[in-house]
Design a protein around this ligand. Sequence first.
Ligand SMILES: [Zn+2]
Ligand SMILES: [Zn+2]
Length: 226
Amino acid sequence: MIDGTPSPLRWVRDCLDLLLHTLWPVACPVCGRLGQVLCGECLSSLLTRQIPRCLSCGGPAPCIDHPRSAPILPGAIYEGKVREIIHRLKYGQTRALGPILGRGLAGLRPRPSLEVLIPVPLHLKSPRGYNQAEAIALGLGRAWGIPVRSLARWSSDVPARTRLSRAERRELRTEDFVVASDVRGLRVGLVDDVCTTGTTLSRLASACTAAGARVEAAFVLAHVPG
Ligand SMILES: [Zn+2]
Ligand SMILES: [Zn+2]
């Protein structure tokens, strides 16, 4: 990082970063600052409010076809550094990124009036034992003071999402999810890392609604413009 004349304060900060890096060898994947999983400056430069998408069809919101549908609220476009960072998170290279990104996502909007955040579950057949959506939800939940609960799971006969084509994802059915009866009567926010067609979130929202919840919004780190 180059930002003009070094100040004593900056020198102290750099020394502390170096010490932290020695104890915990990480560096910001964007600017390379030592001792930081993702520094605050880079976090805020990566995330911005995106145009909401319709939770029913994945199109731009407000939607003409689904004027009462809840919105999908992304914090970035899935490209460049954001894509790279989500990949690191997803494949477990830097798991600590999840809550940090969730906190950044929370900072984009005022605290919603929700009673629970539900992450999109990790597929049963996924080779990863780590749910990145849950990690992001934990950061959101901490920042907003909303509990995170994994109340949804995939049914056992659906192929893992990464193996599905865009068209196949649109064909996922509501019954692909099993939602715990605890959601009855709750105002729910769904959380995922990436939204491509919006189908997964739409189906999960339908499953939550069928279980008696009121789905108010879905928060995603990044979306793939359609
Ligand atoms: Zn940085
Ligand atoms: Zn729509």
